[in-house]
Write a protein of this length. Structure first.
Length: 64
């Protein structure tokens, strides 16, 4: 996994954590939940090509 991907995920995690805390202190727990959920979805879409590559490598390794 490239280093810039790790940095992007860490930066997004910090931003999401800050937004989550601000929204929770403002009493907007529902919006804090959706911001966190959006962050998880963004990270999973960033990682999807790596998962596809991993599964294709495993498929080639086991000859399925």
């Amino acid at each position: 996994m490239p280093n810039e991907m790790i940095i992007k995920i860490a930066a997004l995690g910090i931003v999401i954590a800050l937004l989550n805390q601000v929204l929770k202190h403002a009493g907007r727990d529902d919006q804090a939940f959706f911001v966190t959920l959006a962050g998880i979805i963004i990270v999973l879409t960033w990682l999807l090509p790596y998962f596809i590559e991993l599964f294709s490598a495993m498929e080639g390794l086991f000859g399925v």
